[in-house]
Design a protein around this ligand. Sequence first.
Ligand code: TRP
Length: 347
Amino acid sequence: MVQGGRSRTLLRIPHPMRGLVFSGIQPTSGIHLGNYLGAIRHWVRLQDSYDCIYCIVDQHALTTVHDPEAMRANTREVAAALLACGIDPQRSILFVQSHVAAHAQLAWVFNCVTPLGWLNRMTQFKEKAGKDRENAPVGLYAYPVLQAADILVYKATHVPVGEDQKQHLELARDIAGAFNRRFGEGFFPLPEPMILGEATRVMSLRDGTKKMSKSDPSDQSRINLTDDAEAIATKIRRAKSDSIEGVWFDEQNRPEASNLLTIYAALADRPRAEVEAEFRGTLFSTFKTRLAELCVEKLAPINAEMRGLLANPAHIDRVLADGAERARAIAEPILAEVYDRVGFLRL
Ligand code: TRP
């Protein structure tokens, strides 16, 4: 299945000691600074030390999104955002989940080795299903099983995720273990979570106690990767602050100031304590001006790149088709071995 001429780093067989990273992101519109600092920028950096597979998980999105046109547009938008931020489709594999059938195929096998009791403990299902659990789709319940299949169909070893996905990752390890016990010790690796560090939690610009989110009704609460320089600067200038002069980190008493400091440190790629020492005695308005400049400097090029990509959807589609082909070349042989082990007749 591996097409010689098209093979890239990943198929030219990685370092034996080097792990394989897999992560997924849902195709939602409005990728924002929180997504960038919390996840995407780490994904970009991991490319230097690992072979990386990054997946736009449209099948997971189907558990909550019901507008087909929006799903298609968001899939391209997220692909453009990832490429603009520096995911390099030559070094890494970037593709869309529904283009590689092996994910759903392995998920079915995993559905058959996962006890209901394990899924009943998943807190994200409880949150998302809300009170009306009778009407929640089965897909929402089985969501973490598909997530386990995403990772294990490549035998990925490292999974960068935020805090909120820790429980799903533990489940993926448990499912790998359950499969191995029944069908062959050591077949699947137990994937390691890489819990993403500082600045994972970027908070709303209007309320420092709430996470920056695309579902916040106020666009002023977030910086979108599609915002131009002027919009970015205005949002930072208008960001909520307290009336205390000077800038220092105190999440309890100064959530907004703390959030802006965190953003500054993450964008400048400097330790927070160092940034704090620099701005401790600075007027808040001066700090905001500096932060606005930094945001524009770091995000305007991403914004420009993203617009260019979105103007050429055929190019995005070509990148995704190539990624899917390379993903299939890894996943299909692993799925075939799973099918053999569970006893499906091979013709
Ligand atoms: N559930 C993850 C999220 O909402 C997305 C995801 C799907 C994922 N499959 C994955 C993350 C596999 C890591 C590995 O953020």
